[in-house]
Ligand binder design. Structure first.
Ligand code: FMN
Length: 206
């Protein structure tokens, strides 16, 4: 009888050890700071002809958004307009966006995130357009309740730096330190871009 009890005891201890080791491995893979945070990376970005990078097939901001999603285990959501009439040429796009901003339009966007409430931290990325958020990003911001959410904004630009502070201040979120990067660095120097993204993520607790 004593032997049987001893065998049961040894088996129990071994099983508990295996369960502990597995759980420990799972949590340490995610990193302590990121543990338990559910992350969304929503972004707006354009391909076609862009300033200083020529004709691109992956948008500058899209490149950064994917890096962030990769590093944070976040879900990606591309903000896309329903009736996309944005011109492919840079100068024409600049003029089109200027009119859109002057008219304060809210272009309809595709798709709705049913599980939006489940996200703790929402990264929002976009190109600096006329020192502001592109209008479809306003549509996105006005489509959800951001009250009490952590929002980490990032932006690509070609000289003016970060834009959109005013628009973001109106959504009732806890706005984390923003991040801005030259579009041509995102497009042409992935090592530099990756380094800067990692530094920023670390600064905001990821
Ligand atoms: C309509 C439009 C307006 C822009 N306005 C600015 C600006 O005011 N300041 C700036 O630094 N860059 C400006 N840019 C450059 C973009 O911010 C930059 O090229 C960005 O990286 C493009 O990102 P994307 O490929 O993700 O769309 C503008 C570009 C466009 C198309």
């Amino acid at each position: 009888m004593k032997h049987i009890l001893l065998v049961i005891f040894v088996l129990f201890i071994s099983a508990a050890g295996i369960v502990f080791a597995t759980q420990n491995k799972q949590t340490s893979n995610k990193g302590v700071a990121n543990m338990g945070k559910k992350v969304l990376v929503a972004y707006f970005s354009r391909t076609g002809e862009q300033y200083s990078v020529g004709n691109i097939t992956e948008g500058n901001t899209a490149i950064i958004a994917k890096m962030i999603a990769d590093k944070t285990n976040g879900d990606l959501f591309e903000i896309k307009v329903k009736n996309d009439n944005y011109p492919n040429g840079y100068d024409a796009l600049v003029e089109y966006a200027k009119k859109e901003k002057q008219a304060q339009l809210r272009p309809e966007i595709i798709g709705k995130l049913d599980n939006f409430d489940s996200y703790d931290t929402i990264f929002i990325g976009y190109p600096n357009w006329w020192a502001d958020l592109p209008m479809p990003v306003y549509t996105f911001l006005e489509s959800y309740d951001f009250t009490g959410k952590n929002v980490a904004p990032f932006c690509t630009h070609e000289g003016s730096g970060f834009a959109g502070k005013q628009g973001l201040s109106k959504i009732g979120a806890n706005i984390l330190k923003d991040f801005a990067l030259y579009g041509h660095i995102a497009q042409n120097d992935r090592i530099q871009a990756d380094k800067q993204v990692s530094q920023w993520l670390e600064n905001i607790g990821f």
